[in-house]
Design a binder for this molecule. Sequence first.
Ligand SMILES: Nc1ncnc2c1ncn2[C@@H]1O[C@H](COP(=O)(O)OP(=O)(O)O)[C@@H](O)[C@H]1O
Ligand SMILES: [Mg+2]
Length: 335
Amino acid sequence: MNQAENVIEVEGLTKVFNHSLTAVDHIDFSVKHGEIFGFLGPNGAGKTTTISMLITVLKPTSGTATILGGDIAKQSLDVRNAIGVVPQEYTADEDLTGYENILLCADLYGIPRSISKKRALDLLQLVELTAFKDKRVQTYSGGMRRRLELACGLINRPKVLFLDEPTLGLDVQTRAATWNYVKMLKKQFGMTLFLTTHYLEEADALCDRIAIIDHGKIVVIGTPSALKDSLGGDIITLSIQKDADITDIISEIEHVKEVKKENASYIIKSSNGELTAPLIIEALRKNGYVVTKLSLTKPTLNEVYLQYTGKSMRDAEESRENVFKQRAAVRRARQ
Ligand SMILES: Nc1ncnc2c1ncn2[C@@H]1O[C@H](COP(=O)(O)OP(=O)(O)O)[C@@H](O)[C@H]1O
Ligand SMILES: [Mg+2]
């Protein structure tokens, strides 16, 4: 496979389940070499389905995608060998040790034990599990399990790593540690990373580019800062004592891009909130108005997300419960 600049290229990729449910609807995007690409969207938006098609475990209904130049449908074996996967659902075998689990992952890739034993030890060290390598996974904490799965995903030395909700259900510290591993993989190995998450601040800090998917369609793609800028700048919310129309006064102030009156408040968009806010207070004072409330909000990915999907990330939280349910089911099935 050739080393194209775009490591992943997706065109019109579509998945229809049972001839009726369009889970992924003609999506187009590309991921550049060495990029951390974040795929964000509410529960049921089509993130896992997209990943499943890209990693060749699910056949697209239509459309195409290539990974490192290899077609996911026609060269699926090449694609599989070039990629690593850390799936959303929990896959490690609880009754085996961490070391044994990694060897099992290596077996699935047909890597001979003579090679995989050494690699497994290196990977355990990379994810800081060496001290626990001979402990059964059932004794591992949530963070340790996630690290073990990361190690499994790296066993074939992939050039592209797919991570589906890598930090779902983890505490803040463990989430931060996971993101540090992701950054390290990019920096140290020049790996390309494709990940889904619903932690928007983390996606903001970590991802080079982000695509937001909703109802199977990509609604926006860009760098985190471009996405935030696309909202039109900072938002100033203002109330005055009198019931008067001050739209004209505010519109003339520097950097103000839009003024809207909503009930008793004014919602003002400004390309530079810190500069605009004092100017507004000054202009209103000169005209005899008293400001009773003023707040300045810098757009975050939360606002971007809300703007493009009409939802906050709150509804995605329920999927965390699903993970725990899944884990409990796996445990029950083994007993
Ligand atoms: N194997 C399947 N059979 C039928 N419907 C499915 C299947 N997998 C996913 N879906 C449906 O496709 C939609 C997208 O699901 P999914 O890709 O898992 O979303 P996300 O990962 O963004 O939460 C959902 O409506 C889901 O119920
Ligand atoms: Mg999913």
